[in-house]
Structure formats: structure tokens, C-alpha cells
Design a protein around this ligand. Structure first.
Ligand SMILES: Nc1ncnc2c1ncn2[C@@H]1O[C@H](COP(=O)(O)OP(=O)(O)OP(=O)(O)O)[C@@H](O)[C@H]1O
Length: 634
């Protein structure tokens, strides 16, 4: 036996009316949409010259009246469409989807009025004559939030009936929701949602409430009120202007008024298959790649939302779009876009147009292109990571931090001897540590530690072998560090051993090499394995016995850091020459901490204590030569 679902009507009405939408404000959008769709249907019946008006009128009792000159409803249509939740006249019966020409499709929008009203009244006069040429009688439908309704024909002269074909919706405010129907709110919402609608949308305003009224287009309608026109605007990017410069200025003003910023540049968007047109504005300041980029989207000229995301590929976080589309589908709440193939294809096409603009801007080396690169280099890096054309350009124009200053890879290569290799460090710390030595050795080093750069340099090295670009390895650095002469090695062996012993508690091994620049006394070499080891040791020390033993099994005996003393440096030579054990120990500790600081690592508290202690010893020895240092400073 097959049964059908039972429906809890009250629950369904409550769900659709109050929980589908994120704000009651959309009730007005749904009413406007029904008016516009009814006008579209009437145009289909009577041609393009059919009247196309939507009038909003605040009622004296705090209610709102929305009157349209649309196709209207007969008693039978009203019975079928208004009395059945989910039934819509706007769906394609065969395809089961919304019809192209209409905004609505789900058959639930009218219920959104229950967010602000306890009762919805719709009176309507159909624009379709009976077969015998007579006009159908006007109808009146009243719906209540508990799911009940009344429907009846009314006399043609009933004061509630529309005088001409079309429909009038009247709402009585729900308690505590009166402000949603207040004249100022209605005007603001209608302007927001409907200013670009292709119908004549007007709102009745009281003159004493409307400071702008004298200058506004409209006509006097009885004492103290005026009709104010809210629609009739062409899409801003389709308006005609005398010159391109005037168009630029007008579209810049539009961005300032609606988006709140003066754009760095503008990209015209046009995707005919999606019925999409609009503009993408390039943000005037850099934003984080993780900032969701949100756009102002109109669907069939009705505002869908001012913060619609996921419309462009993630790398295009540097633009904000304003656009109108006819082929994109809204979600049922009309607060976002439905993720279908059309949206996927549109996202790709929009990305292609933004990308084409960015490529052209970067290729021509114009002031606009340079400004774009300066502000949005992160976006260029993000795009270059996945796009070969952008990578080709980026490799030429993107600035990096290098041992020759900030510049492009071409600049760096030009500053080096013919055929020199380019090296890059995967972290900022490593760059700081290695750069002085690399620069002194004439090695071209690039800092790959900033966002995207390591991956980008990796991609560049694969795509352009001629750059001879590779990550720096310890052998690259070691090659720059010359072994000291064997005689010298013998001479300093004792000192080196003592210094090594002094730094053993820091888990640091000491070696002596000769390298440039001679102003650099020491450098700390440590590889990732070493770091890992060091962390393991720290954990072992902090861990309880059993866990400590397990971890200890994983770490080898070698010290994890290596301090390379520079034998060409005067301070180091003095240190190696001293016979005073306290000075030697304090000097070694100072050099170790200095090298740590130079490597960009934060100091641990034990290391800060070490620095203070060694400084105190050195000062004390300088101030009181020949005496024994203070015990407490050791
Ligand atoms: N002002 C109007 N004039 C003529 N018909 C109307 C009017 N308002 C509503 N209707 C009819 O009532 C039906 C249901 O309207 P409702 O607003 O609930 O859903 P919809 O507009 O079809 O779809 P959606 O839920 O996507 O808005 C419409 O399909 C339309 O046929």
C-alpha cells in the first residue's frame, strides 16, 4: 500500500515564512518580485506596451499596499496558486525548473510576508478575458499565518478591487514588526532591491517625511503626499556617456557610492551566455588572501545580495564586482547562488576576464600596471601558482627580497656574474642567517619565506631551468666557508675545545672557518633535522620518565646546532687568543646569542639569561682588569 506524507501545515508555513530567510527585510523583495513577474506575464499576453507599474503605499493603519499592473489572477488561478504551497505559475512544467523570464520559481515567496504580517490580503483583477469576451470578476484572497485562507470573488465596484487589471497586496503589521512596514524602511528597502528593475517602481511619501521630495521625479497625489520614483535606472555600466572619460568618472562615482572605495582600476565584464554584464573593481589597498571576496549581484535586475561570495576563483580576491545576470540560479531564499554548472562556467569565465586584464596590465609596464603590482602582488603570486601565463609574467615582473636588494629575478641575475646560480631559502629566518655570507661570496640568494614564494620559486625553477634556481643547501653554504690553514688549526685547537665545551650546555657544537664578510663574527648553521632534534631534546627534558625514554630513543647523539666562528673576524681572533677562561666562556656565549639573534630566532628565557650573564662578566672584566669576576655573574 502506498501512502502520502502528512503535512503539518503550521510547521511548514512557519518554516518557510520565518526560518528560510536570514532577515525579514526580504519580504519586500518577494512582493516586488511578484509584481515584476506579473508584469512580465502581462507583457507576454498583451505585448511590450502593457502598463508596467508597481506602486508602494504605506497605509494609515501602519500597513503596506503593493499594487502592480500585472497579469492578475482569476478565481481558479488564485485557488490553485495562492492556496497551494510550492505551486508557482513560473515553472516550466516539462523541465521542472524556473522559466527564464521570471524571477520567482519556488511558489513560496509570498509566505515571507508572514515574517512581518499576520495577514496577507491579495485582491486581483485578471487581464485575461473569458472566451466569450467578458472580463473575469475580481477576486479577494486572505491568507493567515496559521495556514488558513479565504478566497472569493468580489464585485467589480468593491473598493478593495483594483480599478485596472493587476493585483494589490495589503499587509497588516505583525506585533513588534511594525518598523518593517514603516514608510522610511519601505522606501529604503525598495530602493535597495528594486532601483534597477525594468518597471516603473514608485513609492508614496509624505512630504513632511521626505526632505528630498521637491527635487525628486514624481507627481502630487492629494494633499501632503508625492509619488517618488525609485526605478528607471539603466544598469550603471550600460548607461551611455558622451566620452569614455565621462563613463570612467561615472563608474568610479558608482563604486564610491555603492561599495565605499575609489577603485585602483576597473574591468568591464561581459558573459553573454550567462546573460551577465557588470564591472569588477580592483581594490585600492591590499587585502589578505583569506578575506572572503564578496560581490554585489543582481539577478534579472533585482538585487540578490551585496555580499555574494564564491562568484570568482579564490585567487581573484583583489576585485569586488557589481553585476547583473539572468542565467544564474538563486537558492530558494534568494540569498546566494545555486552551485550548478552555469555558476561553475560563469566563475571560470569571470576569472578569465579578470586574468586577461591582469596579464595585460602587467605586460605593458604602465603606471596602472605598476600600481596594481605594488598593491596586489600577493594576488599575482597566488594566480601565478596555478596559471602558466601568469607565471611567465610574474617571473619577469614580481619583486623578491634578494641579496641584491628588492628586485625581480632578472635584476638579481643581471647583478651576478654570467651563468651564476640563483638560490632561495624556504624561510625568512634562513635568509637572514645565510644572506650576509651568500652576498659576500657573490651568491644570488632569494628569500622564499613569504606567502606563496617558496611554492612559486619551486614552480619557476621547474618552468625556467635557465634561471638555474634551486633551494639553498648546507653544502652551498659550507662551500663558502673555507677550512682554516692546518697550522692555524693547531694553534687554536685548545681554545676551540674550550669554547666548544662552554657551548655544549646549549647543545651547540663549535667549528672555525674563514669566510667573508669578515665583519660577521659567527653564524649559526642548523638544518631542519637539527631543529627537530633540538625540539625532541627539549621535550625529553620536560617529559615524564616513560615518555622521555621513548623520545630519547629517537634522538641521536650529535649536537643540533653548529656555531661557525669566522677566523677572519677581529673579535673572534681575540677570543681565540685569550687565555682568560672567564672571558673566553663569556665571549663564546655572547657570540652564540648574537648569532642566534641574527638568525631571526626568538630568544628563550635561558638564552636571555645567558646573554645578560656573559655581558656582565665581560663588563666586569673590562672595568676591573686582572681581578676575578663576580661569582654571582657566572
Ligand atoms: N502580484 C501577483 N500577481 C499575479 N500573480 C501572483 C502575484 N503574487 C503571486 N502570484 C501568483 O502566486 C504564485 C505563488 O507566488 P509566490 O510568491 O509564493 O511564489 P513564486 O513567485 O512563484 O516563487 P518564489 O517562491 O520563487 O518567489 C506565483 O507563482 C504567481 O502565480
Amino acid at each position: 500500500m502506498t501512502s502520502t506524507f502528512q503535512v503539518d501545515l503550521h510547521g511548514v508555513v512557519d518554516l518557510l515564512a520565518r526560518h528560510l530567510y536570514s532577515s525579514p527585510r526580504v519580504y519586500l523583495r518577494e512582493l516586488l518580485q511578484n509584481g515584476v513577474d506579473a508584469i512580465t506575464a502581462r507583457r507576454g499576453l498583451a505585448g511590450e506596451d502593457a502598463p508596467a507599474t508597481v506602486r508602494l503605499r504605506p497605509l494609515p493603519d501602519g500597513g503596506l499596499e503593493v499594487a502592480d499592473s500585472g497579469v492578475g489572477l482569476t478565481l481558479a488561478e488564485a485557488g490553485e496558486l495562492l492556496a497551494t504551497i510550492g505551486r508557482s505559475s513560473k515553472r516550466d512544467v516539462e523541465l521542472g525548473t524556473g522559466r527564464e523570464e521570471f524571477l520567482g520559481q519556488f511558489g513560496i515567496g509570498l509566505l515571507s510576508a508572514f515574517m512581518v504580517a499576520d495577514e496577507i490580503e491579495l485582491t486581483s483583477r485578471s487581464a485575461r478575458r473569458h472566451d466569450d469576451g467578458t472580463w473575469p470578476a475580481p477576486v479577494r484572497w486572505r491568507g493567515f499565518a496559521d495556514g488558513s485562507y479565504e478566497l472569493a470573488e468580489i464585485g467589480p465596484d468593491d473598493p478593495a478591487a483594483p480599478a485596472e487589471p493587476g493585483s494589490v497586496v495589503r499587509l497588516r503589521p505583525r506585533r513588534d514588526m511594525e518598523h518593517w512596514l514603516a514608510p522610511a524602511t519601505v522606501t529604503a528597502l525598495a530602493q535597495d532591491f528594486g532601483s534597477l528593475l525594468p518597471v516603473d517602481l514608485q513609492v508614496e511619501v509624505r512630504l513632511d517625511l521626505d526632505a528630498d521630495a521637491p527635487g525628486s521625479p514624481g507627481h502630487e497625489d492629494g494633499a501632503g503626499t508625492v509619488w517618488r520614483r525609485l526605478s528607471g535606472h539603466e544598469l550603471p555600466w550600460k548607461e551611455s556617456h558622451a566620452t569614455p572619460a565621462e563613463r570612467d568618472a561615472a563608474l568610479t562615482r558608482y563604486a564610491e557610492q555603492t561599495l565605499g572605495f575609489t577603485p585602483l582600476a576597473r574591468i568591464d565584464l561581459d558573459i553573454p551566455v550567462a546573460g551577465l554584464s557588470g564591472v569588477a573593481y580592483v581594490l585600492p589597498a591590499a587585502v589578505s588572501p583569506t578575506t572572503p571576496s564578496s560581490h554585489r549581484v543582481y539577478l534579472k535586475r533585482m538585487l540578490l545580495g551585496t555580499k555574494v561570495d564564491d562568484l570568482l576563483p579564490p585567487w581573484a580576491f583583489f576585485v569586488r564586482c557589481v553585476l547583473d545576470a539572468s542565467a544564474l540560479r538563486p537558492t530558494a531564499s534568494r540569498e546566494g547562488l545555486y552551485e550548478d554548472e552555469v555558476l561553475l562556467a560563469t566563475r571560470e569565465a569571470l576569472g578569465a576576464q579578470v586574468r586577461a586584464w591582469a596579464l595585460a596590465a602587467l605586460a605593458e609596464d604602465s603606471p596602472a600596471g605598476r600600481a596594481f603590482l605594488r598593491v596586489h602582488h600577493l594576488a599575482v603570486r597566488a594566480l601565478a601558482l596555478q596559471d602558466d601565463d601568469m607565471l611567465d609574467l610574474a617571473a619577469r615582473v614580481l619583486p623578491f627580497e634578494t641579496t641584491e636588494g628588492t628586485g625581480t629575478l632578472t635584476d638579481l641575475q643581471a647583478a651576478l656574474p654570467e651563468g651564476a646560480r640563483l638560490l632561495w631559502t624556504p624561510s625568512v629566518e634562513e635568509f637572514r642567517r645565510v644572506a650576509p655570507v651568500a652576498a659576500a661570496q657573490g651568491l644570488g640568494l632569494v628569500n622564499g619565506g613569504y606567502v606563496y614564494d617558496a611554492d612559486l620559486l619551486e614552480r619557476i625553477s621547474r618552468r625556467f631551468p635557465r634561471w638555474r634556481l634551486s633551494p639553498v643547501t648546507s653544502s652551498d653554504v659550507a662551500q663558502a666557508l673555507l677550512e682554516v690553514d692546518p697550522l692555524r688549526e693547531l694553534e687554536i685547537a685548545g681554545s676551540v675545545q674550550a669554547i666548544d665545551a662552554a657551548l655544549a650546555p646549549q647543545d651547540c657544537e663549535v667549528i672555525v672557518r674563514a669566510f667573508e664578510p669578515s665583519v660577521l663574527p659567527a653564524m649559526l648553521l642548523h638544518d631542519r633535522d637539527g631543529d627537530h632534534e633540538r625540539e625532541t631534546r627539549a621535550t625529553v627534558e620536560a617529559a615524564d620518565d616513560l615518555w622521555g625514554q621513548v623520545l630519547a630513543g629517537l634522538s641521536g647523539p650529535a649536537r643540533s646546532r653548529q656555531l661557525v666562528l669566522n677566523d677572519t673576524n677581529g673579535t673572534v681572533r681575540s677570543l681565540l687568543a685569550t687565555t682568560d677562561p672567564q672571558v673566553r666562556e663569556a665571549g663564546a656565549q655572547s657570540l652564540y646569542v648574537t648569532a642566534l639573534l641574527l638568525s631571526g630566532r626568538p630568544l628563550r628565557s635561558s638564552e636571555a639569561t645567558l646573554m645578560n650573564g656573559s655581558l656582565a662578566v665581560l663588563l666586569d672584566r673590562a672595568l676591573h682588569p686582572g681581578t676575578t669576576p663576580l661569582e654571582e655573574n657566572r
